[in-house]
Structure formats: C-alpha cells, structure tokens
Design a protein around this ligand. Sequence first.
Ligand SMILES: [Zn+2]
Length: 273
Amino acid sequence: MIELPEAVVIARQVTDVLRGRRIAAAVANYSPHKFAWFSGDPAGYDGLLAGKSIGGATGRGACVEIEAEDMLLVISAPLRYHAPGEKLPAKHQLLLRLADGSAVSSTIQMWGGLFCFRRGEQGAFADYSLALERPSPLSDGFDRAYFAGLFDAEAAQLSAKAFLATGQRIPGLGNGVLQDILWTARVHPKRKVAGLSAAEADSLFEAVRSVPRTMVEQGGRDTERDLFGQPGGYRTVLSRNTAGTPCPACGSLIRKEAYLGGSIYYCPRCQAV
Ligand SMILES: [Zn+2]
C-alpha cells in the first residue's frame, strides 16, 4: 500500500513527466473491484477528464492529488506510467489514455480510492479531507507542540501502533511506515501510549519527523513501487523483506506477528514490550 512517502514521490514524478500532457480518454472501473471507491458514477469520468491537460500533482497524506484543469484526481492506490506502445495491464480500475499515446493506469490491490471531482469540491473521501486539514509530518507545522496535542485521553488508551496508524491522526502514516518509525524510536508496537515515558514520546516525535523524510529522500520504500514500476531506494529495516534477518542495531532476529488487522515487525531486544 502506498503511504505518505510514496504519495510524495509519485506526485513529483507525475509533475515531472506528465505535466502538460492531454488526456484523450478516461476509463474507470474497467475491472470491477469490491474495494475500489469512486466519486459519483465511474462511467462519468471520461466526460469529466477527456480533453483536459494534466497539471501538477501533490502528495496529500497517502493520496496523490493530480490537477487536470478544473478537475482534480485523488488517487490512493498505485499509479503506473506506460510509454507509447507499451502493453497495458489486463486489469485496472482507472486508465488515462493520453493524447501522445502514453497512458497512466491504477490497479488496486487491497483497496483504494480513485476520486475525480471539480476543484473546490472535496470528493467525500475522508482520508483526503483529513490530509488537507492536518499537518503532514513532512511540514514545519508538525512540531513538538502539535505532536504533544495528539496525546489526548483517547490516544492514551491505544497501543503505539494504533496511535500512529489509525484515524488518520497523522495523514498518510499507515501500517508500513510505522514499523521503522517505532524501531527508530525503540518503542514496541504493542506498548500503551499512556505508559510511554517523556523521553520515549520525544523519541517517537523525532522518528515521526525523520523517518518519512528519509523515505521520501530515497524515493520511497523498497517494498513499494513508483510511477515507473521501480521499487523505492529506502531499505526498510522492518518489513516482509527483513523478517527473520538480524536487526542492524543489535543482531537479534526481527520478528513478525499479526496484530490489530495487519502484521507488525519488531526487534525483541531494541523494542522491549
Ligand atoms: Zn535490535
């Protein structure tokens, strides 16, 4: 699943490569998917987008927001570029055929939003709306005081994993990015927020600020792919790629467990419960 770092990386690639190209036709919901969400009738996307030129793109939480004149596309799913003549995927939930013969597709894996709406409207996609309202950990607005304000009565009851990755408390931060954040802060994903020391909460703040930034600088995580289908250059410390291998800090074997509707990875020595 793309998260905050990949959304920023893919948005930059869209801006660099696709800005100024005209959309010849749009096909939405070609391969119906139970967990693909659209705004309005996907059959209407062609009428909204055909003839429009692609402008800039911006990462908003885990979404890539793409401008197309008076329309916005908000995609929380992988996006893939296809050069003219390149084979297109057999299954897709969104395909933009561009006037120069190239194309962009999105094929949903677990779930994803493929929203298209007029600028100024919000597209009724909660994760996107919250990403517009709340500061990104990549922005200066996400400072120590803001982070401290997230530690409310509700948060105190949560585990560190739930605190970081549910309710879009931190836009775009999900179950993937949080693993390396918690490892960097030396906090176990099951630790209760109420039990964190001031020093641990501070380490968590530093890691929430620094880890996504490093991931962006290195082109996203190695577990995800960019607009051109290439894995990111950030080598995940804790992910499906590293479970069972030695922790780079202490040499203990990295563990994987199911927890709260997803896998957690942790170092049993660096991240004591
Ligand atoms: Zn370790």
